[in-house]
Design a protein around this ligand. Sequence first.
Ligand code: TXA
Ligand code: MG
Length: 344
Amino acid sequence: NTRMVALDPIAPNPAVIEEAAAIIQAGQLVAFPTETVYGLGADGLNPTALRHIYTAKGRPSDNPLILHLASIEQLSLVASHVPEVAYPLIQAFWPGPLTLVLPKTAGVPDLATGGLATVAVRMPAHLVALALIKAADLPLAAPSANRSGRPSPTTAQHVFDDLHGRIPMILDAGPTCIGLESTVLDATCSPPAILRPGGITQEAIEAVIGRIQEATSLEQRRRSPGTRYRHYSPSARVLLLEEAETGMLQTAVTSALQRNERVGCLLYQLEAEAIPPSVMVTRVGGSVEDYAQSLFAALRALDKLDLDIIVVEGVQAKGLGVAVMDRLRRAAFPPKPSTGFTES
Ligand code: TXA
Ligand code: MG
């Protein structure tokens, strides 16, 4: 009973958009593409609709959501005040993968913010997302459209795999182009602080407003509840080779095989020639943008293979590589069943 409807990403069928908007206005959920990952959309001002998001995802309700806008006019519905520093960022990066944390209005339900006094807001750079928000005429709350603890979805099929039977509609406009989530920037402090690295790099932000803070992991956990939760716990162990450790690929694979383990590799630039054919090798392309774009799909594919261990080649934590390494390090936590929560 979940309908997946194909849409042209450049010229989406207005009748389908209208139908999806009506579902949102009725307090139900629609999954839709953004430039980063697929989102699970609901009326961001309706507590009942927001509750449906947490239920469908199996997500703890103290983990706040991002509200998605289609126009600057909608900003005053959700933000009580826009700090001076936010204007040049909005000018430079909206629509696009930059989420700003701003002081919230009374109209934003506690369920959208986990009870915080701030709200996270962004304007997605995807014509289907913008058309849907415009037609619904509401700010749309939209977390990534995965079951909690799974990699974010970069195709409509990923959404279907996680949420079929739980939501009425998925808008399918093909694979998303950035492939990992937006950068979350706290604009309520001075200088602003990155709470989650993502599609807009620290360097790009600093080119517009000068030096910002890269939140320490402790600070980050205090201020961005979502970062407290393990992002993704594959059933296989993930052994992440940091940039300086990539020379250990061969050794890591060999010793896993000696332990009679089923081994997979996620490779970026390393050659696979010396790796035995029994090892499943997935490649994530030649540039860090390619890595970001195919990372979650590759993790989902590897996870289906019933492996014991996945050896992953990291990238230099610079530019978009910071966000790639953040997601990989979260995936590399040793699997702990059932809690979905980590202290570290
Ligand atoms: O690219 C994206 O951002 C995608 C697409 C669908 O737009 N959405 C997404 O949402 O990644 P979600 O819910 O998976 O992640 C939201 C992040 C979490 O880390 C959460 O803790 C943080 O934003 N966040 C939300 N509201 C916040 C607030 N008021 N203060 C600090 N962090 C907040
Ligand atoms: Mg998410």
